[in-house]
Design a protein. Structure first.
Length: 256
């Protein structure tokens, strides 16, 4: 099985090496092949770090800072045709060594299972665990079957929130999300991250505009939540009986 991992990096010199290393050191079970693509978004310093640590992957330097989603769309164009899954890591976040092997294990033999996530822990600037979260990790770090991107294309060219918009387009295709109860993702909180920046943070105009667009175009209620995406959490045996034959016919072509 082949999984492409995409990282967008901008002024991430403090954390990027650790983020890359956590991907490279993934447990290689069941013939797992990892293709790591790092896009340095107009930042030469990040590019130098990527070249040093991502020696067997692909490292791209964009001439100008274009934003995380445009960077991801650039990386998506470089994904090999024989890739089975596409996933994302933040330039400041860290993975548990079993994150990708969990995808391989849980997807085997389960037709129609097209998106994956896990519980996660929060860490601070020094990497110290500050919390444990019993729900899926942020939507920008989901893993999807490549066929989902083949059908939907890439992300909206937004400053923030485009990962949520993509998730809801995937939902309309019939995507079902498996959430592992293992804490396989470490989400770093710090003052310079995208969700804390004045132009893209929780109370920014850009984020409110993105949320309103998603709500209006998808005809969702004012208090919409990610619970609108069908999911199964816990033992994979719970998958049995979850998907009706009608729904399976609709989504089985998206399976890897």
């Amino acid at each position: 099985m082949k999984i492409s991992v995409l990282i967008s990096a901008y002024k991430a010199e403090k954390y990027l090496a650790e983020a890359i290393t956590s991907v490279i050191r993934q447990t290689r079970r069941r013939k797992l092949e990892i293709d790591l693509i790092v896009v340095s978004d107009g930042c030469v310093e990040s590019w130098e770090i990527a070249k040093k640590h991502n020696t067997s992957g692909t490292n791209i330097l964009l001439k100008e800072n274009s934003g995380v989603y445009r960077s991801f769309n650039t990386a998506l164009e470089l994904v090999d045709d024989d890739t089975d899954y596409i996933t994302f890591n933040g330039a400041d976040d860290v993975w548990h060594p079993d994150r990708l092997s969990e995808v391989v294990s849980q997807s085997r033999g389960r037709v129609g299972l097209t998106a994956f996530s896990s519980y996660y822990k929060t860490i601070n600037e020094d990497g110290k665990v500050t919390g444990s979260v019993g729900k899926h990790c942020p939507t920008g770090h989901f893993t999807y079957c490549k066929k989902v991107f083949d059908v939907l294309g890439g992300f909206k060219d937004w400053r923030c929130g485009a990962d949520t918009e993509f998730l809801l387009r995937a939902r309309e295709l019939g995507t079902v999300l498996f959430v592992s109860p293992r804490h396989l993702f470490y989400y770093r909180r710090h003052s310079e991250q995208l969700t804390q920046h004045p132009k893209t943070g929780k109370f920014s105009v850009a984020r409110k505009d993105a949320q309103e667009y998603v709500r209006r175009m998808r005809k969702l209620p004012e208090d919409w939540m990610f619970g609108h995406v069908p999911r199964v959490t816990g033992a994979i045996s719970e998958w049995d009986g979850l998907i009706s034959e009608t729904r399976l016919d609709k989504i089985k072509h998206l399976s890897c």
